[in-house]
Design a protein around this ligand. Structure first.
Ligand SMILES: CC(C)(COP(=O)(O)OP(=O)(O)OC[C@H]1O[C@@H](n2cnc3c(N)ncnc32)[C@H](O)[C@@H]1OP(=O)(O)O)[C@@H](O)C(=O)NCCC(=O)NCCS
Length: 178
């Protein structure tokens, strides 16, 4: 039951109390607007978006963080992907509003959502991102796992959600379904 857990709250140092909840259909366009604000123009031209086109984000894991007035402070989404016959979660995009960055909301979104992944049956998660940031969440470079070009292989990172879940997994990351 993806939506069964109680809402999680997160309090920033000098700012609002945030409620972290699974993303709902009604959140969709606001999350898109936040991503447009936080990422460079043309974000959807990135090759990782070809893995997402036409496939809905993973319900129950994708989250929004809203303050007590309902203002969106951050969001994280996940998509399902495949490497050969093996399933993985693709984490991202994750973004925090520029006026709310650096106070732990990104960490709260990542940790809360990842904490739900294993209980829902996911064994491994990957992303394309900055190793210095994601290293603090246990992500390491995935040698041998190839994202669609042009992706810098140094930015292809993964974390096992069950022991050894990335061991021996090599190959191209593909769409969940074609
Ligand atoms: C990345 C992002 C989601 C982090 O959210 P946040 O709420 O600011 O993150 P937190 O407060 O949990 O963590 C902040 C820490 O991460 C560090 N950090 C943020 N982005 C980083 C990056 N790209 N590389 C290395 N460190 C980074 C900050 O310097 C800060 O370090 P400190 O704890 O030592 O002070 C947010 O900065 C953001 O939306 N950025 C624009 C969109 C983006 O780049 N998303 C990630 C795509 S890979």
């Amino acid at each position: 039951m993806p939506h069964a857990r109680a809402n999680v709250t997160f309090s920033q140092k000098d700012h609002a109390l945030y409620h972290l909840t699974p993303e709902k259909d009604a959140d969709y366009w606001e999350v898109e607007a936040l991503y447009d604000l936080c990422f460079a123009p043309g974000r959807e031209a990135l090759s990782s978006y070809r893995l997402r086109d036409g496939i809905p984000p993973v319900a129950g894991l994708s989250h929004v963080a809203r303050d007590a007035e309902g203002i969106l402070g951050g969001a994280i989404r996940y998509w399902p992907v495949r490497i050969g016959l093996v399933e993985a979660l693709l984490l991202g995009p994750v973004a925090v509003h520029p006026t709310r960055q650096g106070e732990g909301l990104g960490r709260a979104l990542i940790e809360e959502s990842l904490g739900r992944a294993a209980p829902e049956g996911w064994n491994r998660v990957m992303l394309v991102g900055d190793a210095p940031y994601y290293g603090r969440f246990g992500f390491v470079k995935l040698a041998g796992v190839k994202m669609p070009p042009p992706t810098n292989p140094e930015r292809v990172l993964g974390r096992a959600l069950s022991e050894g879940a990335w061991e021996g997994i090599r190959g191209e990351v593909r769409r969940w379904r074609d």
